[in-house]
Design a protein around this ligand. Structure first.
Ligand code: FAD
Length: 309
């Protein structure tokens, strides 16, 4: 089977999210990549070095500069004449483009896969991850999004793929890129961080969130996350949210501070290798998934912990 992987990038370098998708694609067969962007030849060169990659299709066109799904989808649908499956990371871009490709090919999309069981059978979470469905498709062309935390990352180096230019990209004329506001942070990115410190409603306000959570995160070189309650209350911006309607993370260590452990939060972090929970309520559901639990007042425990580190 010939697979095509959508490479997530910023026209300068390959984003980490791509690597897990390469691993998933390799379970199906030969791995080709698509680098669609503008002025992105360096990305294609970098992508060609990913272990196990055969060919990198480079579509370099102004209309692809900002990954507009309306422009990318027809290009990908065209490439599916010579590929059997296309795989995207389940990122905002992937989730935006994949359904359009599926519609153009008149096939169903297989979303957020956790494993490849065979060439036509996959597992995926349902009910916020409380059940795992095994799905089998009879479609000739597969359109798949991949949950990055479920697959090991392919090595970013060691491959020797060839880069081939693809023509045919054009502006569909139905959408326009206006602007992007990208939060800049010195801390690691939430979805690829090895350690995450997350805060919940218990922090009470934005000042406490910053003065309690951030020093601990900085000591540990960790990313900062939050529950939806903390985000909704305006303690931190939306892109900090971990959970069913936020980011799905699986770091080595996840520290949940003043978070109760609602199932929608657990859906985003329960696959973390070691979960540490700090909560004053010993019956809080977070302790059911925690490897290490500290029962007590976070306003006392966290500053003490930060100081001792
Ligand atoms: C459709 C849907 C989607 C959702 N998606 C998400 C999502 O993606 N992510 C998400 O997080 N939530 C999501 N939610 C919301 C979720 O149901 C919970 O409401 C939310 O996770 C609660 O956040 P919390 O744990 O910070 O707050 P709470 O549930 O209020 O918990 C606060 C915790 O802090 C503890 N505490 C209080 N004071 C202290 C103290 N001084 N020291 C130590 N501990 C203390 C309390 O004992 C309590 O356990 C979703 C809900 C719905 C309906």
């Amino acid at each position: 089977m010939k697979t095509l992987v959508w490479v997530e990038h910023d026209n300068a370098s390959v984003k980490d999210a791509t690597l897990a998708v390469v691993t998933a694609a390799a379970k199906l067969g030969e791995v080709h990549l698509l680098v669609a962007g503008s002025g992105c030849a360096a990305v294609a060169a970098e992508a060609a070095k990913i272990a196990g990659v055969g060919k990198v299709h480079l579509a370099d066109d102004a209309s692809l500069a900002n990954a507009l799904a309306e422009n990318a989808a027809p290009l990908i649908a065209g490439l599916m004449d010579s590929h059997d499956a296309v795989l995207f990371p389940a990122t905002s871009n992937g989730k935006n483009i994949a359904p359009r490709v599926a519609a153009l090919l008149d096939v169903m999309q297989i979303s957020d896969i956790l494993s490849v069981e065979s060439a036509d059978t996959f597992t995926r979470p349902i009910y916020a991850g409380n059940a795992i469905a095994t799905v089998q498709t009879s479609d000739k062309k597969l359109v798949i999004t991949v949950r990055g935390t479920a697959f090991a990352k392919a090595d970013a180096t060691g491959g020797s793929g060839t880069v081939e230019a693809v023509s045919g990209a054009s502006d569909a004329g139905i959408s326009k890129f206006v602007s992007a506001e990208i939060a800049k942070s010195e801390r690691p990115e939430l979805t690829s961080a090895k350690v995450i410190v997350s805060g919940g409603r218990a922090l009470q306000n934005s000042e406490n969130f910053h003065s309690i959570i951030e020093p601990l995160a900085d000591k540990l070189g960790a990313a900062v996350g939050a529950s939806r309650a903390a985000v909704d209350a305006g303690y931190v911006p939306n892109d900090y949210q971990v959970g069913q309607t936020g980011k799905i993370v699986a770091p080595e260590v996840y520290i949940a501070v003043g978070i109760s452990g609602a199932i929608q939060h657990l859906a985003g972090m329960k696959d973390s290798k070691t979960i540490i929970a700090i909560n004053k309520d010993e019956d809080a559901p977070i302790f059911q998934v925690a490897d290490i639990g500290l029962v007590g007042d976070l306003f006392k425990i966290v500053p003490e912990l930060t100081e001792k580190l």
